[in-house]
Design a protein around this ligand. Structure first.
Ligand code: ATP
Length: 235
C-alpha cells in the first residue's frame, strides 16, 4: 500500500491545464523528489494534493483513502503536513507561538514535549524562541516552517522548494535535516528546483515538464541521465 498515490490526475485553472495526467507514488519511508523548472506545475501538484485547486480528473490516495474530493482541513488531519513555498510563517508571532500554532490539536503538555523535540532538531530555534519570526534570517525562517509542520506529527511531510533563496551552507543544513527525519521514519515528498541536491537525497524522483511527468527513476539514475543533466544540472 503506497502512502501517497496519484492516478491520472489533471488540474485546470480555467482553460489552462496545469497538471496533465499525472501518476506517481510515494512508499512508506521513502524520500521522493519531484523536480521541474519554473511554471512546470510543481506547486499546483502539491496544492492539488491539499485539495485546492481540486483535481479535474483522476484520483489521489493517502494510504487506502481516496482524498480527491475531501476538504483541505480533512486532508490535513490525516497525518500529512506541508511546508509551503515561501514558508508562510506568522511573522509577527514569536518562534514559540509559531510552533504552538503547528500543534493546534495537541494538549498543552504535548505541545511542550513536541516543542522540545523541535529544539533538539533545530537548536537555533531554541536560542530564538522569543524572537518575532519575521525578524529572523531566511534560513531560520525555513527551519521554523519545517518545525511548525512537524509539530502536527505527520507521517508524510510535503516540502515545496525548501532551498529557495537560501545560501548553500543553509541549504546543506536543510537537506541534512530532511535526511535525519527520514532516518527517524518520516516519509518525505520533496518538490524542488534545486535538482542536484534533491536527487542526491532521493530514493526515487520524477521530472515534471509542462504539467506532465516525463521521467521517473531512482535518484541516482536521474542524476546521471543526460537529459536531466542538460536540462536541470547545467550540462
Ligand atoms: P515555480 O517553481 O515557479 O513556483 P511551479 O512548477 O510550482 O513553478 P505552478 O506554480 O504550479 O508551477 O504553476 C503551473 C502553471 O499554472 C503556470 O503556468 C502558472 O502560471 C499556472 N497557475 C498557477 N496558479 C494559477 C492560478 N491560480 N490561476 C491561473 N493559473 C495558475
Amino acid at each position: 500500500m503506497s502512502m501517497l498515490r496519484f492516478t491520472n490526475v489533471s488540474t485546470h485553472y480555467g482553460q489552462i491545464r496545469a497538471l496533465d495526467d499525472v501518476s506517481l507514488h510515494v512508499e512508506e519511508g521513502e524520500i521522493v523528489s519531484l523536480i521541474g523548472a519554473n511554471g512546470a506545475g510543481k506547486t499546483t501538484l502539491l496544492m492539488t494534493l491539499c485539495g485546492d485547486p481540486r483535481a479535474t480528473s483522476g484520483d489521489i490516495f493517502l494510504g487506502e483513502r481516496n482524498i480527491t474530493h475531501q476538504q483541505t482541513a480533512e486532508i490535513m488531519r490525516s497525518q500529512v503536513a506541508i511546508v509551503p513555498e515561501g514558508r508562510r510563517i506568522f511573522s509577527r508571532l514569536t518562534v514559540e507561538e509559531n510552533l504552538y500554532m503547528g500543534a493546534f490539536f495537541a494538549t498543552v503538555s504535548e505541545k511542550q514535549e513536541l516543542m522540545h523535540q523541535m529544539f533538539d532538531l533545530f537548536p537555533r530555534l531554541q536560542e530564538r524562541r522569543s524572537q518575532r519570526a519575521g525578524t529572523m534570517s531566511g534560513g531560520e525562517q525555513q527551519m521554523l516552517a519545517v518545525a511548525r509542520a512537524l509539530m502536527s506529527q505527520p507521517k508524510l511531510l510535503l516540502l515545496d522548494e525548501p532551498s529557495l533563496g537560501l545560501a548553500p551552507i543553509i541549504i546543506a543544513q536543510i537537506f541534512e535535516t530532511i535526511e535525519k527525519l527520514r532516518k527517524d521514519g518520516m516519509t518525505i515528498f520533496l518538490v524542488e528546483q534545486n535538482a542536484n541536491q534533491a536527487l542526491k537525497l532521493a530514493d526515487r524522483g520524477y521530472v515534471l515538464e509542462n504539467g506532465r511527468i516525463v521521467l521517473e527513476d531512482t535518484g541516482a539514475r536521474l542524476l546521471s541521465n543526460p537529459q536531466v543533466q542538460n536540462a536541470y544540472l547545467g550540462g
